[in-house]
Design a protein around this ligand. Structure first.
Ligand code: BTN
Length: 231
């Protein structure tokens, strides 16, 4: 597996997108720190030096597909669980431990391919965690131990590429099924926040494309990106 380790970068996603011409398919960019880490919904991703994993996977043959980001969340949850923690996935692709965020995924694409960015809080200090504007945790905060970041990254990538190969062999619809079971949102009353709007409804299911179908008083809404809160 080709991992390009950068010391410092504005954003591994931005770097990967800018270098898609020269990077191999399935290449991985990782960095010690990001000075302008990007999160979903135009948020920033706080990326202090040497504490966490900041990486981007290059998929040159793929177009934007919400189910591909799910692969990353499933792989990250699996890797966290291997360390004895009960990780759960929050739609669309956050990984939580004890209801606090430990991992986020941001897929970005251009005409040349797709990049899946993954941030996992590994040894994030209590001070840096407390300074975040929403509840977050790290492997160290949950286990009281320092974790080997490179080992975690390699395992995470192995898990990711195993799911990726499976999805390519068996089709992405199969993945939507696994995801549906993981998420356990069917029938739940939720509040949805997207960049444009906020509304309430009841989750019907996740469709084959990975979108959340929500029954509201106005009809069925198909949500591809946003935040979901069970109410
Ligand atoms: C989220 O908002 O939950 C998504 C966070 C994604 C962060 C990762 S860190 C590596 C990659 N590079 C970025 O700039 N963002 C992603």
């Amino acid at each position: 597996m080709q991992i390009l380790w950068l010391d410092t970068v504005d954003s591994t996603n931005k770097y990967a997108l800018a270098h898609l011409d020269t990077l191999a398919d399935c290449a991985v960019i990782a960095a010690e720190e990001q000075t302008a880490g990007r999160g979903r919904l135009n948020r920033n991703w706080v990326s202090p030096r040497g504490e966490n994993i900041y990486c981007s996977i290059v998929l040159k043959e793929q177009k934007s597909n919400p189910l591909l980001t799910v692969l990353a969340a499933l792989a990250a949850a699996q890797t966290v669980r291997r360390r004895g923690l009960a990780a759960r996935i929050k739609w669309p692709n956050d990984v939580l431990v004890n209801e606090k965020k430990i991992c986020g995924v941001l897929a970005e694409s251009n005409a040349k391919g797709l990049v899946i960015g993954i941030g996992v809080n590994i040894n994030m200090s209590a001070g840096n965690l407390a300074a975040l504007d929403r509840p977050a945790t790290s492997l160290q905060a949950e286990t009281g131990q320092i974790h080997d970041r490179e080992k975690f990254l390699r395992e995470l990538l192995e898990n990711f590429f195993a799911f990726y190969e499976q999805a390519r062999r068996e089709g992405f619809a199969k993945l939507a099924e696994i995801w549906q079971n993981e998420l356990d949102l069917t029938g739940k009353r939720v509040k949805i926040q997207t960049v444009q709007q906020e509304f309430y409804g009841t989750v019907i299911q996740i469709d084959k494309e990975g979108a959340l179908l929500v029954a509201t008083a106005q009809g069925v809404e198909k949500v591809l990106a946003g935040d979901v809160h069970v109410v």
